[in-house]
Design a binder for this molecule. Structure first.
Ligand code: SAM
Length: 282
């Protein structure tokens, strides 16, 4: 799809996740210069704009009216207006509204441009001390224990670092569910109140983390990101015969294919072989 000439640009503007000083100069310039700012919550965004003495028009766009708003915003862009989209905090679309709007605008060939900045998931990952070369963002964990345990169980063999959003008031229940589904020895990091006064980054085994949370009710306040270490493949748990077959297969086939064949020959889960296959390939 070609971009529409003379149309305006939709800027996706990240805002701070706690510390106002984290706003970028380009975000401030964009918010001051666009024709209108689409906000998850106009009153919330007004406070941010006032803090930087920015006066501009705002329009509400949240989960419940995004589908209707997207038509109107696209029309304004087609008329040549520039529009910024912000959420209450962090990067719009990341567990925040905006996906339908961006998809709609892009499908019409309208220009969508990022003004990057804070994101709680990436900020937490940057300080967690867990592997970051590959990771998976899982959004919000379900609030009910049954659904949460199913989600965690499905991720039991995931070898990449896993990033979740969760409410600290549920932290004890969540970590209990991690112990039940992934085991007490799985390494977990809680990144709470990032960039704010009571910023706390605490990492330990799920078992120890549970005891730590139980003895300090202050850890159940505010906002948090939860990061879980990926499943570690213990090469000793894979028989030498499987390893030898995998090594041969990897010489001839892409790692995924090699794992699938070795897994079906020996009746093991293919995910448990993937890290080994990659290391053979390297
Ligand atoms: N779009 C936002 C972003 O880029 O991070 C996330 C919005 S989501 C509705 C809000 C969740 O992000 C919170 O429930 C919490 O899990 C996480 N979060 C936001 N600010 C945070 C902070 N300062 N410290 C820790 N977690 C935070």
């Amino acid at each position: 799809m070609h971009e529409q000439a003379n149309a305006g640009t939709l800027y996706i503007v990240a805002t701070p996740i706690g510390n106002l000083a984290d706003i970028s100069q380009r975000a401030l310039d964009t918010l001051a210069q666009v024709d209108i700012i689409a906000c998850e919550d106009t009153r919330h965004t007004q406070k941010l704009l006032s803090a930087f003495s920015i006066k501009n028009k705002t329009l509400s766009m949240h989960d419940h009216n995004e589908r209707q708003r997207q038509e109107y915003i696209a029309e304004l862009l087609q008329q040549g207006k520039n529009i910024a989209l912000v959420s209450d905090a962090g990067t719009p679309l990341i567990s925040d509204p905006g996906f339908h709007l961006v998809r709609h605008c892009r499908s019409l060939g309208l220009k969508v441009s990022p003004v990057p900045g804070a994101c709680a998931a990436i900020s937490a990952l940057s300080v967690a001390g867990l592997p970051t070369d590959r990771f998976t963002f899982e959004g919000f964990l379900p609030s009910k224990s049954g659904a949460r345990q199913s989600t965690l169980s499905e991720l039991a063999d995931e070898t990449r670092t896993m990033v979740f959003y969760d409410a600290p008031r549920r932290a004890i229940d969540t970590v209990e569910d991690i112990v039940k589904t992934l085991g007490g020895q799985r390494y977990v990091v809680i990144a709470r109140e990032l960039t704010k006064t009571f910023e706390t980054i605490h990492s330990d085994t799920a078992e120890n983390l549970l005891a730590w949370l139980q003895q300090d009710p202050n850890q159940l306040k505010g906002e948090m990101v939860l990061i879980i270490e990926g499943h570690k493949v213990d090469p000793n748990a894979i028989s030498p015969q499987i390893l030898a077959t995998l090594e041969l297969l990897v010489k001839e086939l892409p790692p995924k294919k090699a794992c699938a064949i070795a897994a079906s020959i020996y009746g093991v889960k293919k995910n448990t072989l993937y890290e080994m296959a990659l290391s053979f390939k390297r």
